[in-house]
Design a protein around this ligand. Structure first.
Ligand code: NAP
Ligand code: 3JN
Length: 339
């Protein structure tokens, strides 16, 4: 458990990455009570100077003693690093909020979205998992609908931006777009196909069941966060040539009938959700408008006319903020509240 203090020593592991950068920004923007910020990345970045508020902070590499004196560590350096270093950090008395998939499905580790299951923070043993970005924005919308009408099944298709893959993919979309518009040859390093002006139905590795790991993360994480193993989820995850924000099309089947207007009313009153849904005025959420925002935006709310109790929804959220850095900082804020 986090001990009550006025200010906390905080670490960001993976500080130089797309998520790490956003974590540093989010800690400053939300005025998190930071006494000192320590930044860690790989040997490639050792000594690089990064800014936090008005201070310049050198990037360090990790060793067995790195976490001594650190109260909270936000990890976003990939699952392998989390596997090795999160237990070391927790062993030093630090509370870890881990952004990778490494600990998410471990029954001893809570998987938390503060608007949905803050109560699960009570039983952490030093490591708390941050869900996958596509799961986070989906569950903030599903939970209040589940409470009102009991969700039986969800069919979700995602449209995920390249920033979900990290800084190299952001650079690749920019480079490929520039090359194509200048009639130059396109190089593919990050994805198996050209991403500029294209759509790839493939995120993370393919599994034996024909789904990708990203798709199965959405299935399993949703049930764990909502705390209901009976919810059936089937997902198709798609990479699109967008820099920032993941979009999702959801078809939801409920046990009880719920109308589109009832869903609009419930979601309008849900913390962290903004209903942006006036189709006759072309008002619906799009990635360019939602980039940099903290809330999850929903639109195109309508009844599925092919089944008894069905709702269709379009959801957009900033994957680097609510999908990663913001959710992690909100978890840290809850820990401070609970200290
Ligand atoms: P990224 O832009 O590629 O950044 C990777 C970060 O990890 C960099 O800071 C990198 O440091 C650091 N790193 C790599 N090897 C390291 C090592 N041996 N020791 C310490 N640091 C090391 O990737 P990203 O998009 O920020 O994502 C990072 C991770 O966050 C992902 O792998 C994933 O596990 C997680 N993530 C979660 C979500 C989510 O949905 N919640 C979304 C995106 C990412 P250098 O700059 O020195 O190489
Ligand atoms: O591709 C996306 O849009 C989200 C990617 C998340 C991600 C990327 C690399 C490794 C993860 C994750 O959060 O599940 C991981 C991982 O930790 O497995």
């Amino acid at each position: 458990m986090l001990k009550k203090k006025e200010n906390y020593v905080v670490a960001v592991v993976g500080a130089t990455g797309a998520v790490g950068n956003e974590m540093i920004k989010t800690l400053a923007q939300r005025d998190f009570p930071v006494a000192r910020l320590r930044l860690f990345a790989s040997e490639r970045s050792e000594g690089r100077i990064m800014e936090f508020r008005d201070t310049e902070i050198p990037v360090e590499t990790l060793n067995e003693k790195s976490f001594e004196g650190i109260d909270v560590a936000l990890f976003s350096a990939g699952a392998e690093r989390s596997k090795t270093w999160a237990p070391v950090a927790a062993g030093s008395g630090c509370v870890v909020v881990d952004n990778s998939s490494q600990w998410r499905m471990d029954p001893k580790v809570p998987l938390v979205v503060p608007e949905v299951n803050p109560h699960d923070l009570k039983w952490h043993k030093g490591i708390i998992a941050n869900p996958n970005c596509s799961t986070i924005q989906m569950v903030v919308v599903l939970k209040p609908i589940h409470d009102a009408a009991g969700i039986k099944r969800v069919v979700v298709t995602t449209f995920q931006s390249v920033s979900g893959t990290g800084q190299k993919a952001i650079d690749e979309l920019m480079q490929q777009t520039t090359d194509l518009l200048n009639f130059r040859e396109v190089k593919c390093n990050v994805y198996p196909h050209q991403i500029a002006f294209n759509v790839l139905p493939h995120i993370d590795k393919f599994l034996d069941n024909g789904y990708t790991r990203e798709e199965m993360k959405m299935v399993n994480e949703t049930r764990k966060i909502i705390g209901d193993e009976s919810i059936r989820v089937t997902a198709t995850t798609v990479r699109v040539p967008v820099f920032r924000c993941h979009s999702e099309s959801l078809n939801i089947e409920t046990g009880k009938k719920i109308t589109a207007n009832e869903v609009r009313a419930i979601l309008s009153a849900t913390p962290g959700v903004i209903v942006y849904d006036v189709p006759e005025k072309n008002i619906y959420p799009v990635p360019i408008d939602v980039a940099g925002k903290d809330e999850t935006y929903v639109g195109r709310i309508r009844e599925d006319e092919t089944i008894e109790n069905g709702i269709n929804i379009w959801i957009v959220a900033d994957n680097l903020r609510k999908g990663a850095a913001l959710n992690a900082v909100q978890i840290a804020e809850k820990l401070v509240e609970m200290a």
